[in-house]
Design a protein around this ligand. Structure first.
Ligand SMILES: *Cc1c(COP(=O)(O)O)cnc(C)c1O
Length: 364
């Protein structure tokens, strides 16, 4: 079976070394040695400050909303956040879960990220934030979103779950926004089994979030604020450190796979238009067909050979009943019907990839 992705499995000897340390210290969670080590190593690797490790990428979003007061509107009405319908469900459902109404704005037909002009149209007196997604690791319109946020006094939280290692103008893309969140779920490029991180622009938001992920506890007999449990454990950090130790070879292998698809499929299907000045991380290989019918034909042919390409992201999120949206985002609906993510993971063999390419070539 060829899945759309496989979790990266680091060497057992390497992981065992980190686990030996855990057994020596007998310390399993609550900002242990390995969580501290992984924090420093990631800050260094990504070139960022104020990085907070958390239990998963969804909590990374939720803690960011709370730390930045996105769930408190100045009016008495429900706070709203403007977000993209072309994403994984967690981007919008995390808002709703926290009492913030997700208000969808449409995407750009080529970059597949939020269209800044559509964002502006959705701003009301209840809007507290913009939650854009660097979808598939492409950069949003960072400058324009920044300008809009400043003009309307809105917070910006980038869901950067796909953007580990992505650089814009030579610098980490995670430096943009009041906060950027990462998911370290098993299927992501860099992972800790389950896990995530938040990168805050300001130290005081980082400090507040750090307290929030541990029940709001600030000292042995001191509870200062409403919090929750969103801590990363030592076992997760051990996996993360092992994966990080091998990240360069993982990237190299993925790049070869990514380049092979790009070369062979050029002109047959449409690709995502990546921003200029972007250093891409090869996290995904999405292709856009001319029609949904073509997509279904190819997806079924692949499935008959036990190759499981996936329809990321389908359906467009405003179509989901419980998210209660009142208007259709026509570009997102159209793109989400025609897009397919091809298998990409470091152990995908050249022969298997050649078979995938052949099936696509033969049917479009
Ligand atoms: C994976 C993902 C999440 C959720 O992360 P978890 O670690 O699975 O909670 C959120 N947003 C996007 C865009 C994702 O791809």
């Amino acid at each position: 079976m060829i899945p759309v992705t496989k979790p990266y499995m680091p060497s057992r000897e390497r992981l065992d070394k980190y686990l030996d340390g855990i057994f020596e210290r007998e310390w399993l969670t609550n900002n242990g040695e390995l969580v501290q080590q992984l924090t420093r190593r990631l800050e260094d690797y990504l070139g960022v400050e104020n990085l907070l490790l958390v239990a998963n990428g969804t909590l990374a979003l939720q803690i960011s909303y709370r730390a930045l007061d996105v769930n408190t509107s100045t009016s008495f009405l429900q706070p709203e956040a403007i977000t993209t319908p072309f994403s994984f469900i967690a981007t919008a459902s995390s808002l709703k879960w926290d009492g913030v109404k997700p208000v969808f704005a449409d995407i750009d037909p080529e970059t597949w990220c939020l269209n800044p002009e559509r964002i502006v149209e959705k701003i009301t007196q209840n809007t507290t934030a913009i939650v854009p997604v660097h979808v598939f690791g492409n950069a949003c319109d960072l400058g324009e979103i920044d300008t809009i946020a400043n003009m309307h006094n809105l917070k910006v939280i980038y869901d950067a779950s796909h953007a580990f290692g992505v650089k814009y103008n030579g610098e980490s893309i995670l430096k943009y926004g009041d906060a950027a969140t990462l998911s370290f779920h098993a299927t992501k490029l860099f992972h800790t089994g389950e896990g995530g991180a938040i990168i805050f622009k300001h130290k005081y938001h980082f400090e507040r979030a750090k307290m929030m992920i541990n029940f709001g506890i600030t000292g042995p007999e001191c509870i200062d604020e409403l919090g929750i449990n969103a801590k990363m454990s030592e076992l997760q950090a051990a996996m993360g450190l092992s994966v990080l130790d091998e990240i360069e070879s993982n990237f190299r292998l993925r790049q070869v796979i990514w380049n092979y698809y790009a070369l062979e499929l050029d002109g047959l299907v449409q690709f995502q238009k990546l921003h200029t000045n972007l250093f891409y991380n090869t996290a995904y290989f999405p292709i856009l067909f001319e029609t949904e019918k073509n997509l279904l034909k190819v997806a079924n042919l692949l499935k008959s050979k036990n190759i499981h390409a996936r329809r990321y992201f389908y359906p467009s999120l405003e179509q989901i009943d419980f998210l209660g949206s009142d208007d259709n985002q026509t570009i997102s609906i159209d793109i989400s019907k025609r897009i397919l993510c091809l298998p990409i993971y470091s152990s995908l063999s050249k022969a298997d990839q050649a078979m995938i390419i052949k099936i696509i070539k033969n049917s479009v």
